[in-house]
Design a protein around this ligand. Structure first.
Ligand SMILES: NC(=O)c1ccc[n+]([C@@H]2O[C@H](COP(=O)([O-])OP(=O)(O)OC[C@H]3O[C@@H](n4cnc5c(N)ncnc54)[C@H](OP(=O)(O)O)[C@@H]3O)[C@@H](O)[C@H]2O)c1
Length: 278
């Protein structure tokens, strides 16, 4: 059996579905996989992994939320004849030190970077699309985003750029083998500044309110979150406050030969879609 298919994990998620669409448009055979995809893939059920890996040349890996399973997955990928892995990790993950945040991503990086396969690690900063496709969307629609984000700015990145980079690497892995691409937007801004831009462009009164990590964790738990997962999200803000992930990087330009999209472009596009009107 010839290996020419790209397996896209997390294929229903924010990056995976964009990566899959780009590859299909290029004419690359894509196998889209997740727990609810046509190809069923569950990080907690290795029984289905070999079938997903059959005939696959490259994998876009969206890691599980717990440390560990990617090590076994990499062994299976090696046995299946996969040639290249592209792992989605997080910006500056080697600077997170003793933080509990991101143990899942760091474990996945260890597995991929120690494998015998070609590999590339993508380390994006916080996604622009968290504000309309994820955790921050509902509060913005309700008119107030309350976070322990402080005043350290964040170089938010547009996931369209993350997907462009992932698709470019998957299409031509050679130059990216053994490389880590730190991916950020072109400038860093605080959450308060980001919310102000969204409020202006949408024409809605949306405010930012600073809360403590403990208050934020309590609010997530009150809204139905598991306590451990809520603490995990709050840990990210504690880490951001250290400032180690506030700088911009040139990964997008290095791979794509053009600068990353601006936060303002994202805000204009998303405000026009009506996403912050609920
Ligand atoms: N959000 C950010 O700002 C940011 C920044 C940097 C890095 N990251 C990293 O990005 C990753 C998330 O990527 P994303 O935003 O593209 O995905 P996402 O939108 O969070 O969606 C998660 C994807 O994983 C699948 N999934 C969930 N549980 C699974 C399981 N047990 N087994 C197999 N598949 C499972 C989901 O599909 P099903 O439900 O169908 O299984 C879905 O396709 C995380 O590792 C995160 O740390 C995020």
């Amino acid at each position: 059996m010839s290996n020419d298919t790209t397996l896209v994990l997390g294929a229903t998620g924010k990056t995976g579905r964009r990566v899959a669409a780009r590859l299909r448009l290029r004419g690359t055979p894509v196998r889209a996989a997740s727990r609810s995809s046509a190809t069923r893939f569950d990080w907690s059920d290795p029984g289905g992994w070999d079938a997903a890996l059959r005939g696959v040349s490259a994998v876009y890996v969206v890691p599980p939320t717990v440390p560990g399973p990617v090590h076994e997955f990499v062994s299976r990928a090696e046995a299946a004849g996969v040639r290249h892995l592209v792992l989605l990790s997080g910006h500056g993950s080697d600077t997170w030190g003793d933080s509990d945040f991101g143990l899942d991503m760091r474990s996945a990086e260890d597995a991929v970077r120690n494998s015998a396969l070609g590999w590339t690690v993508l380390r994006p900063s916080n996604f622009d699309q968290n504000f309309d496709e994820d955790l921050f969307h509902a509060p913005l629609v309700a008119g107030e985003l309350a976070l322990p984000a402080g005043t350290v700015p964040e170089p938010f990145i547009d996931i369209e750029d993350v997907a462009d980079v992932a698709a470019a690497v998957l299409a031509d892995p050679g130059p990216h083998a053994g490389r880590i691409h730190e991916l950020t937007g072109p400038r860093a801004l605080t959450f308060a500044e980001a919310v102000e831009l969204m409020s202006l462009a949408s024409g809605r009164d949306i405010t930012y309110r600073q809360v403590s990590p403990a208050e934020y964790t309590a609010a997530l738990v009150e809204s139905g979150w598991d306590k451990e997962e809520a603490r995990h999200v709050a840990d990210m803000f504690v880490l951001m406050e250290r400032g180690v992930t506030a700088g911009t990087e040139d990964g997008v330009a290095n791979v794509l030969g053009r600068p990353p999209r601006t936060f303002e472009e994202y805000v204009l596009r998303t405000a026009a879609s009506g996403a912050w009107h609920g």
